[in-house]
Design a protein around this ligand. Structure first.
Ligand SMILES: NC(=O)c1ccc[n+]([C@@H]2O[C@H](COP(=O)([O-])OP(=O)(O)OC[C@H]3O[C@@H](n4cnc5c(N)ncnc54)[C@H](OP(=O)(O)O)[C@@H]3O)[C@@H](O)[C@H]2O)c1
Length: 322
């Protein structure tokens, strides 16, 4: 496993890291298997874990807390404060105060600390963001309170899907140590403005949804269906599934011999120097083994990276995408 510095924090984090969303209630999630997979990842050198209160109302925070308590190694926990108005994604018409008031943020930060079984959270992120909120004085005072009071070690923003520029203003405040953004073979737009800014300001980058919610795992087909209760049933609905599978088929045609699609996808992400780590959603030990191996395999060669630029797919937020 290889490690990178997470921006201006002092954390040396594994470049392949763990996303716990699927453990909070997706179809097929099984707590025993989730805990076994988390432990296997720790044994394999994974030391950075992304969870959120919203993933099962503290459920995945608690699974992570249990894993950290069982292990003596230094493991880094990143969690997220849900929006108080329960609206996803953030929109400029919502007032900052109705989404992340100090009372709301401190209440959830405390609940998360308890679930993680820590006094200070390594990285606390706002789960949604709209840049029109940047100059609200309560934003600054709340983040300063969290840091000065030792509630958190670093602060981050998780940017809305397919809006990588909607966070750029906030990054200039000096309050944000780490940014979390969707970045994968399809969603390459963060390279345009966000990544150069993060490099200039030494802000850590967490690349999320590295496998496009599963399509870049290479096992989905036109016949794949998720139950209505599963978030992915909307994302991979009629509008998106066929278009996605068409693009996945094109990627399969350019796979180098011996390389799998998830391996190429993860190594594509790790090839960008602005990326500190990528959080892969994994629940099975088999996926942990496969994904962790991408770290040692390292960046892709220049010719393949050039070819993959052509598979960029710029999308706009849709009613089914959040
Ligand atoms: N707003 C936000 O802040 C936000 C939003 C989305 C995600 N996130 C974070 O980002 C993390 C990653 O995103 P994600 O989990 O939504 O999507 P993802 O990592 O792009 O994809 C997860 C899917 O890929 C499958 N998979 C994993 N490894 C595989 C492999 N080696 N081969 C084939 N399939 C594989 C998983 O299978 P199984 O179904 O079998 O497990 C799961 O269906 C989340 O867990 C969460 O921590 C944050």
């Amino acid at each position: 496993m290889k490690y990178r510095k997470l921006g201006r924090t002092n954390f040396q984090v594994s470049d392949i890291a763990y996303g716990l969303w699927g453990m909070g209630g997706w179809t097929g999630s099984d707590d025993k298997q989730s805990l076994d997979s988390l432990q296997l990842s720790v044994n394999s050198g994974c030391n950075f874990f992304d969870t959120a209160w919203a993933y099962g109302e503290g459920k995945s925070d608690a699974l992570l807390g249990e894993t950290m308590a069982r292990n003596k190694k230094r493991l880094y926990a990143a969690s997220k404060i849900p929006p108080a108005n329960d609206k996803w994604p953030a929109l400029p018409k919502y007032k900052y105060r109705d989404v992340f008031s100090a009372d709301h943020v401190l209440k959830y930060a405390d609940q998360i600390r308890r679930k993680l079984r820590v006094d200070s959270i390594d990285l606390l992120q706002f789960h949604v963001w709209d840049d029109s909120w940047t100059n609200d004085p309560e934003f600054r005072s709340t983040v300063e309170k969290l840091k000065d009071g030792g509630w958190i070690r670093s602060f981050g923003l998780s940017l809305n899907r397919w809006e990588p520029e909607n966070g750029v203003k906030a990054l200039h405040t000096g309050l944000v140590d780490v940014v979390q953004v969707i970045y994968n073979i399809f969603d390459q737009a963060p390279e345009d403005e966000l990544f150069p800014l993060c490099q200039a300001l030494n802000i850590g980058v967490i690349a999320r949804v590295p496998l496009d919610e599963g399509s870049l795992g290479g096992k989905m087909t036109l016949e794949t269906r998720f139950p209505k209760s599963d978030w992915r049933s909307g994302y991979f609905g009629t509008e998106n599934l066929a278009n996605t599978i068409k693009r996945v088929d094109k990627l399969n045609k350019i796979l180098p011999p011996g390389m799998t699609l998830p391996e190429m996808s993860l190594r594509f992400i790790l090839s960008h120097p602005a990326v500190s780590t990528t959080i892969v959603g994994m629940r099975s030990p088999e996926h942990v083994r496969q994904n962790v191996a991408a770290s040692d395999a390292g960046p892709l060669d220049a010719a393949l990276l050039t070819e993959l630029k052509r598979h960029r797919w710029d999308r706009k937020p849709q009613p089914w995408s959040d």
